[in-house]
Design a binder for this molecule. Structure first.
Ligand SMILES: Nc1ncnc2c1ncn2[C@@H]1O[C@H](COP(=O)(O)OP(=O)(O)OP(=O)(O)O)[C@@H](O)[C@H]1O
Ligand SMILES: [Mg+2]
Length: 509
């Protein structure tokens, strides 16, 4: 492709023109004749409910999926990429919602995969590693480029993916829910990176379920609904309420609901829990009927604390008390027998089995209970799954394979599995990660009901600060493996939670 066209004409030519793109997966019409333009050097938000067709559209643009109909024009010229590498060579790259890296290769190797002949030795050369280092630096992120991707957190893997996208001369970068695993601080850094790219003339497509970030970033907003293009407007002409209404077809608000009932006795007491080098001397209670939010930076030890309470991984010292029974957590089955349920952060790895149906996934943790029903089991499984599917509005039939669901709908299945076990204590790591605003409100209502009516004790780790503030009765803040603040919701606000989360870091710097 050349730049021989006059720059006068260039201003009117969209960076990408999507015309009449359609895609079906058997009976599911994921996209129905979608058409819209992306302007050069703009940040264009693509929003819509779980299953609206956003990721399918991304796949179509980057050559990951083949459209059934329709065409694309990049800077005025028709294109059809055969695969993502082909797209990347033309300056079109996407970072997907599930990190898509080679775990057993180094960070540098992952950044440059496919760009150089295999076994050329390039990737191991000092200059390649230096280039990788610089790309990560552009993201304000310092990682040893020789370390293996296998050990990275979700957030770190995403950074590597973004660095990989930056390694070619970018015209169009698509970010499919890039901040869902990042803390507010890390997300702000990414906003800066995206703004710099825009200033360099790159068009950025930003897909997110976080309305506040769509608001602060986007120049233009496109709404998809049920696979159809609903509207493309300048951000300034589309207020939040209208945008959400276009997405979900009704009004939604996420706000705190004042509690009427009193808290009961402590159901979960954690005392002096430590794993050397990971977290130290963690002590807190979660009462019957209470939702305790856990805030902190990615890597602060939040997830490790929840895992240790559930008996996963290295055995901690200290004690955990569930309904008066004192134990030192040794295994998930021991903790599950006490009535503890745990939703892990990395759902694709630990939360759902993609090759099984929705029904089988939802029933799995409840199998013991269900097996009492003998030949009736299948019916009970179906009932259980149907109830959860309705409660969480999972888009898909209970007999569908989880692998065929959209990202957000897979998250809902993971959540449904644990809600179906009737636990006493619920440990949730990023429960609404990737879930759309409409369903988020439903999940919040369900969590409130579980706490207030079913009297569960809920510990919820979340990087979504508005969510932590809306849902928690109390907020624990973890920084560098220490519990640095325990704030009653009445005294909590965005500022003091963030200040606590970064306190020891700043102090140590
Ligand atoms: N490989 C597949 N096989 C069958 N159905 C699929 C497949 N991929 C996507 N779908 C279906 O296409 C529809 C659109 O999915 P898509 O992943 O594009 O949604 P999305 O807007 O990205 O949602 P989310 O916000 O949850 O990520 C969904 O109904 C989904 O179940
Ligand atoms: Mg998606």
């Amino acid at each position: 492709m050349t730049n021989s066209d006059s720059s006068l004409r260039a201003a009117a030519i969209p960076r990408l023109r999507v015309s009449g793109v359609s895609k079906s997966f058997e009976a599911v019409h994921a996209l129905r004749s979608v058409s819209f333009d992306l302007a050069p050097g703009e940040i264009h938000a693509l929003v819509g409910e779980n299953g609206a067709g956003k990721s399918t559209l991304v796949g179509m643009i980057t050559g990951l999926l083949e459209p059934d109909a329709g065409s694309l024009e990049l800077d005025g010229l028709p294109v059809r990429f055969r695969n993502p590498l082909d797209a990347r060579a033309a300056g079109v790259a996407a970072v997907y919602q599930d990190p898509n890296l080679f775990p057993h290769l180094s960070i540098a190797e992952n950044i440059f995969t496919g760009q150089y002949p295999k076994r050329s030795g390039f990737v191991n050369s000092a200059s390649m590693r230096e280039k990788a280092r610089q790309l990560l630096k552009r993201l304000d992120f310092e990682l040893d480029v020789d370390s293996l991707v296998a050990g990275l957190t979700v957030a770190e893997s995403q950074y590597v993916e973004i660095a990989r996208a930056l390694s070619s001369d970018l015209r169009l970068l698509i970010l499919d829910e890039p901040t869902s695993a990042l803390t507010p601080g890390e997300a702000s850094k990414l906003y800066e990176v995206v703004r710099r790219l825009k200033a360099d003339g790159t068009t950025v497509v930003w897909i997110s379920h976080r309305m506040e970030e769509v608001r602060i970033l986007a120049d233009t907003i496109t709404v998809l609904r049920d696979g159809q293009h609903v509207q493309t407007s300048p951000s300034s002409e589309l207020d939040d309420a209208t945008m959400i209404k276009l997405m979900v077809g009704r009004s939604v608000t996420l706000e705190a609901v004042a509690r009427q009932d009193a808290l009961g006795p402590a159901r979960l007491s954690v005392k002096g829990l430590s794993i050397p080098g990971i977290f130290d001397d963690i002590t807190f209670d979660v009462h019957e009927g209470e939702i305790v939010g856990v805030a902190g930076l990615v890597g602060s030890g939040r997830s490790e604390i929840a895992q240790a309470v559930f008996g996963i991984g290295t055995h901690p010292t200290g004690s955990v008390t569930v309904d008066g029974k004192v134990v030192t957590p040794r295994s998930p089955s021991q903790m599950a027998a006490l009535g503890v349920a745990y939703l892990p952060e990395d759902r694709d790895a630990d939360g759902v089995i993609s090759s099984m149906t929705i029904e089988a996934n939802v029933a799995l943790p409840s199998l013991k209970r269900l097996s009492r029903f003998g030949f009736m089991r299948q019916t009970r499984e179906r009932e259980l799954a149907t109830t959860q599917r309705t409660a969480l509005s999972i888009k898909g039939l209970v007999g569908d394979l989880v692998s065929s669901l959209s990202g957000g709908n897979r998250q809902k299945v993971a959540l449904a599995r644990w809600l179906a076990t009737n636990p006493k204590v619920l440990l949730l790591d990023e429960p609404t990660h990737g879930i759309d605003v409409g369903t988020k409100a439903q999940v919040h209502d369900i969590m409130r009901d579980l706490a207030r009516k079913e009297r569960l004790a809920i510990l919820m780790i979340s990087s979504d600060l508005p969510e932590v503030l809306a849902l928690s009765d109390r907020i624990l803040v973890i920084s560098r493996g220490r519990l640095v603040a325990n704030i009653d919701i009445a005294d909590a606000n965005q500022e003091n939670v963030l200040a606590a989360a970064t306190s020891t870091r700043t102090g140590a710097a």
